[in-house]
Write a protein that binds this ligand. Sequence first.
Ligand code: ACO
Length: 331
Amino acid sequence: MKTPTPIAEITGTGRFLPDNIVTNDDLAEKLDTSDEWIHSRTGISERRIAPDGMFTAHLGAEAAKAAMTEAGVEPGEVDILIVSTATPDRWLPSTACDIQAVLGCKNAVAFDLMAACTGHIYALSMAEGYIAAGRAEVALVVAAEKMSAIVDWSDRTTAVLFGDGGGAAVLRPCNGSGRGILSSHLQSDGNLADLLYRPGGGAIDPVSQSVLDEGRHLMRMHGREIFKNAVRSMAEACDIAMNKAGLTANDIDLLVPHQANIRIIEATAKYAGIPMDKVFVNVEKYGNMSSATVPVAFDEAREQGRVVPGSNVLTVAFGAGLTWGAMALRM
Ligand code: ACO
């Protein structure tokens, strides 16, 4: 397939991580676990945990400021602000509206997008569509996750996996630059919702003393099933996105995968035919920050010079829903 002409390009990226580091050994003091178990099964050594008083909107707004500074965009120029989050600060209004107020993006349409760990790729694709329709000149795409607020800290099977952080990207029409989003493939399967979910606290089972006592407002996960589905779905999404972009695995300069588990990353890269020296990995430092992992990794990869003008980048993610997706970009 011929490489398509991109419509929207990323002109700035940013990230924000809380300073507070929690190591595997710190967790082993409170849970029946060990650094050896966590690191050998997941590749994670430590994660950032937001202190009391630092909320999802703060994580997202700080990442957004960095992306806007790089892109040279003033708050009033933002036409659309999409925030992917599985950890909104409140049920009403959206975290996007809170971030809009913090940033002063008074001309933007602002809303949250819920696609769990795949949220940033979904949001980039929605922003691209809005730009393609001629409705926006500047799109701000933010991923912000305070996973520590929905983790059951007494459950060793999930508590060791997650961390807090924010990432962001500014998207603009590429006006013939040849750089930008080449293709994307998004998918979801609601039949597998119960593999990773929060049973209570929503409209079905509103917050009550029994929800709180039984921890039904916290995350529950079937780890093995998630693992199998993640590898299969991400590998397939990579193939489809590369195919739509007219690229083969040999053309990819860097794969920026969702950072949930080093074994999932290695298996996905293997199936996609991309060697590990062309795969960006930072799961060791941050754990799984849900939708924030992809933009944080992307921003670090650019900072480290692993993404340069002309690079072909493939990004891929998988999460609750189930949702998954991949996107090919020329930088
Ligand atoms: N410390 C010590 N032992 C543990 C821990 C822990 N933190 N967690 C589980 N165990 C024990 C289990 O209780 C079990 O013990 P048992 O054999 O006595 O019953 C044993 O370790 C093996 O448990 P499994 O769940 O079979 O371990 P597995 O090898 O599957 O690894 C893991 C678990 C790391 C969660 C893996 O399944 C995984 O990574 N799944 C993907 C989950 C994920 O990344 N979810 C994030 C959201 S979706 C996404 O982002 C892709």
